[in-house]
Design a protein around this ligand. Structure first.
Ligand code: SF4
Length: 375
């Protein structure tokens, strides 16, 4: 199998990444939210400067595709007008903050997200590895535990705030006043001790003891993300995390958008949404059982049309199981285990059960039909 190229960074708006269909420009909405005007503005800019397709990433970011060297500067200018880009590419790379979508205006979660953003964009912020991130998950119960993050802000079962190093079962009790300072101190601790590790869970797994105080058991997440109406608005699903500019523009007419890592968007205060094309409303929709990366031909490393294959396989994935289709062994869309993983290789598809895209396959050289027969 040809080894994928590991670039070690995610694209940004100021630091876009070349793909098979042009530059990928990833916007990191501040505090996990797009105001209606921002969402509509992104749709307009993606029409003018991209190819009209948008992706929602597994970190709740939104990316434009098909941007060119010529269209990138006016795109950034437009994003700047809407306060959607950082002062520099370095600051943008550090501002990896995932926020629970279930906050209420003015509550502590909103304040923590803003304060954490301020700390990470300050001149003296720790120079963390590019994929290192934070999760502000300070609702009553955690909802982001399956999403990628290295330092987590959560609550214990009694409602007290705790700071968590990803991969550890216990957190450190903190206060509303100390939580951001403590989070930065934990980031500094990681940098001082990481050796060659880029992620907190990998460092914790080495057995290195955390600093003193990480003694309060975490809550275990029971929340299962699904489309539907919530007290805060309508949660809508996006097949394979993609949407067209027209869909984004339609959603923006109904409310601000809260980003999630689950290929779902929360449309604030929406009590009733028209049947907008491209949205998933049922938790039973087979398309929610599959995830896929960009794949070939848009990603130059792709050996398979991951999204096309995922759509083809979706109706055959048993309910309750999850299938990841990856264009190559890098596994960008889901760098974790899945019940069924299908990996593109130069010699056909590989099938991996309960593993990741890079793991040893149970069978190789398969076609999509072979995969359907095997599952
Ligand atoms: S996993 Fe998919 S998106 Fe990532 S490099 Fe491979 S083909 Fe490209």
């Amino acid at each position: 199998m040809t080894a994928p190229v590991v670039k070690g960074r995610c694209p940004g708006a100021l630091n876009p990444m070349m793909s098979g269909d042009g530059l990928v420009v990833r916007i990191r909405p501040f505090n996990g939210r797009l105001r209606r005007a921002q969402a509509d503005g992104i749709a307009t800019l993606a029409t003018a400067h991209g190819n009209g397709m948008l992706d929602i990433s597994s970190r709740g970011n939104i990316q434009l595709r098909g941007v060119t060297d010529q269209s990138h500067p006016p795109l950034i200018q437009g994003l700047r007008h809407m306060a959607l880009v950082d002062a520099s590419a370095d600051i943008e790379a550090r501002r990896n903050v995932l926020v629970t979508p279930f906050w209420i205006t003015g509550d502590e979660t909103e304040v923590f997200a803003a304060d954490l953003t301020e700390a990470l964009t300050a001149g003296d912020a720790p120079a963390l590895p590019h994929k290192f991130g934070f999760a502000v998950d300070t609702g009553k119960e955690p909802v982001l535990q399956t999403a990628s993050a290295d330092i987590r802000l959560e609550r214990d079962v009694a409602g007290g705030l705790i700071l968590v190093a990803d991969g550890a079962g216990s957190g450190k009790p903190v206060t509303s006043e100390s939580i951001i300072t403590e989070a930065m101190a934990l980031a500094d601790w990681f940098l001082e001790n990481r050796q060659d590790q880029n992620r907190m869970a990998a460092l914790v797994k080495t057995g290195l003891p955390l600093p003193p105080g990480f003694i309060v058991p975490r809550q275990t997440q029971t929340y299962v993300p699904a489309p539907g109406y919530t007290p805060l608005g309508a949660m809508v699903g996006l097949a394979l995390g993609q949407l067209r500019v027209e869909t984004l523009s339609s959603l923006a007419k109904h409310g601000g958008l809260r980003m999630t890592p689950w290929r779902l968007l929360l449309v604030e205060n929406a009590r009733e949404l028209p049947d907008v094309e491209g949205l998933i409303w049922s938790a039973d929709d087979p398309l929610l059982r599959v995830i896929a990366c960009t794949g070939a031909p848009r990603c130059p490393q792709g050996h398979a049309d991951a999204r096309g294959i995922a759509r083809h396989l979706a109706p055959h994935i048993p309910q309750g199981q999850f299938c990841h289709v990856s264009g190559c062994a890098k596994g960008c869309a889901h760098p974790k285990t899945a019940d069924i993983t299908v990996t593109g290789t130069p010699d056909g598809l590989s099938l991996i059960r309960n593993g990741r895209a890079e793991d040893t396959p149970q069978a190789t050289g398969l076609s999509p039909q072979d995969i359907i027969k095997a599952i």
